[in-house]
Design a protein around this ligand. Sequence first.
Ligand code: DQA
Length: 142
Amino acid sequence: MKALVLNGPNLGRLGRRQPEIYGSTTYAELAQACVQWGSELGLEVEVRQTNHEGELLDWLNVAADEAVPVVLNAAAWTHYSYALYDACAQLVAPLVEVHISEPLQRPEEFRHTSVVTPHAVEVIAGHGIQGYRMALEVLARG
Ligand code: DQA
């Protein structure tokens, strides 16, 4: 079974970006780990990251057309993009929302809202990059 792991803005700088919050694993290492975890779980995983909202929307539209399950860390778009809300609403295969940190525990009020959560079968947050493995396990369980 195919699965997409989609990452939103600023996650390409993982490892260098606020390591006290997001850890020292780089994006390249995360991507490699997701492919590895996927293959252990019988999933053919493709990992992508973009800083361009329209690109993420295009990927989600194709995922809806092809009924591909998705692990999504939409980063800051999570908190305010109604276009993202609409794109997630169209998905037909399971969507798991992931965050490296726990947005609900962070001081910025804007992080306490998610447009993704209403469409997600599960939200995994605050487990660092291990959260991606947990999300892939949810998809593999079906
Ligand atoms: C994040 C949390 C978001 O609030 C933030 O905007 C991010 C990363 C996380 O993985 O913890 O960019 O999604």
